[in-house]
Design a protein around this ligand. Structure first.
Ligand SMILES: Nc1nc2c(c(=O)[nH]1)N[C@H]1C(S)=C(S)[C@@H](COP(=O)(O)O)O[C@H]1N2
Ligand SMILES: [Mo]
Length: 338
């Protein structure tokens, strides 16, 4: 199996290349590559037009189908006392709230690009489930089904937490088609696989349900692992001057980031970076570090993060399948002039 990344390449251009060289270099421990990778912009909010897109299939449904919003319905069924069917207007008439949250694909390599941060507006899933009289005794999972045939589930207990949202606005705009119009799930701290797009059906389920990717051997838990990335300077960018500004992001998944450290000697010694205040408990943070290179040469530069619970990012290089990658993003910093 492969995730379909065509649109990622389209959306991020050289950024995707950066991810691959960063990731592959880190994975293979190969530092001899001589091609430079440009720096990335580090932003609080990823513009919708640059937000990564991952679909299990480049199907006509997922990419180009126009939803007739007047006919669109969202059904809530299963282990509930009052099954519901919501139309677009019903959805808009419900109480809504805004929440800043980072979305991250489980297929992201160390230093990769398949994550973004946005302000989502939507309705509370918990309130909807309560209104339907979800049966707390029998409910074990909540299943979400997309119009493209995709499905996934989260535990009922997780579904009943206040941060789980059915979102219809993204960064103040109508949810773009490729991101799930008219409505998608946002579950902070769980990988993208759980954040089902184009939802048409929600089912309260008495058992442990295995969704699309779980049936192919991927995790049903989906807790995001701590991630950090060096955005600038780029890999093999030639550095001139006594002061070099390093900058990037760190994301703790279900927890906030407490500390970010950078190493210029392949992880032997570490320096603490400055962290900018996060936009929300569910958002990535931006970190900065000013480095004074001691002399010319090539430096293996590594970043790692620790969450607010004191858990250090996992150093071991592990591939994304089945439960998400780990490993530190590593680049070469080539100081050509001090
Ligand atoms: N209906 C549906 N929802 C889906 C998917 C899909 O293929 N179909 N892909 C999932 C995956 S793997 C990810 S990473 C996120 C990506 O969301 P985005 O494309 O808005 O970034 O959507 C998830 N929700
Ligand atoms: Mo994903």
């Amino acid at each position: 199996m492969r995730f379909s990344r065509r649109t990622i390449l389209k959306a991020t251009g050289l950024g995707a290349l950066a991810a691959m060289t960063g990731g592959c270099d880190a994975m293979g421990g190969v530092f001899g590559r001589m091609f430079a990778v440009p720096a990335r912009d580090t932003v609080y909010f990823t513009p919708n037009s640059k937000f990564y897109v991952v679909n299990y299939a480049d199907s006509a449904v997922s990419m180009s189908r126009e939803v007739n919003i007047e006919q669109w319905k969202l059904a809530v069924k299963g282990a509930v006392n009052n099954p519901l069917s919501l139309g677009w207007r019903d959805l808009l008439n419900r109480d809504s709230y805004d929440q800043v949250a980072t979305l991250m694909c489980i297929d992201t390599l160390p230093g990769g690009d398949s994550l973004g941060n946005a302000t989502w507006r939507g309705i509370s899933l918990k309130k909807l489930l309560q209104e339907c009289g979800a049966d707390e005794e029998t409910a074990r999972d909540v299943i979400f089904r997309g119009i493209d045939g995709y499905d996934d589930s989260i535990p009922f207990k997780r579904a009943m937490q206040d941060d789980v949202m059915l979102a219809y606005l993204m960064n103040g705009e109508k949810l773009p088609k490729e991101h799930g119009f008219p409505v998608r799930l946002i579950v902070p701290g769980l990988y993208g696989i759980k954040n089902v797009k184009w939802i048409v059906e929600i089912e309260v389920f008495p058992g442990d349900y295995l969704g699309y990717w779980q049936r192919k051997g991927w995790t049903d838990d989906g807790t995001i692992k701590i991630f950090s990335r060096i955005d600038s300077p780029g890999h093999y960018q030639s550095l001139r001057g006594t002061e070099q500004k390093f900058r990037g992001i760190a994301f703790g998944g279900p927890n906030s980031i407490g500390k970010v450290e950078i190493s210029f000697d392949a992880g032997r010694t570490w320096n603490e970076c400055q962290i900018e205040p996060p936009m929300s408990p569910y958002s990535w943070v931006i970190w900065n570090y000013t480095w004074r290179p001691p002399k010319q040469g090539k430096y293996q530069t590594v970043v790692r993060a620790t969450d607010t619970k004191g858990q250090l990012q996992i150093a071991e290089l592990i591939r994304p399948q089945p439960a998400g990658a780990s490993g530190y993003h590593t680049i070469v910093s080539e100081v050509t002039e001090t």
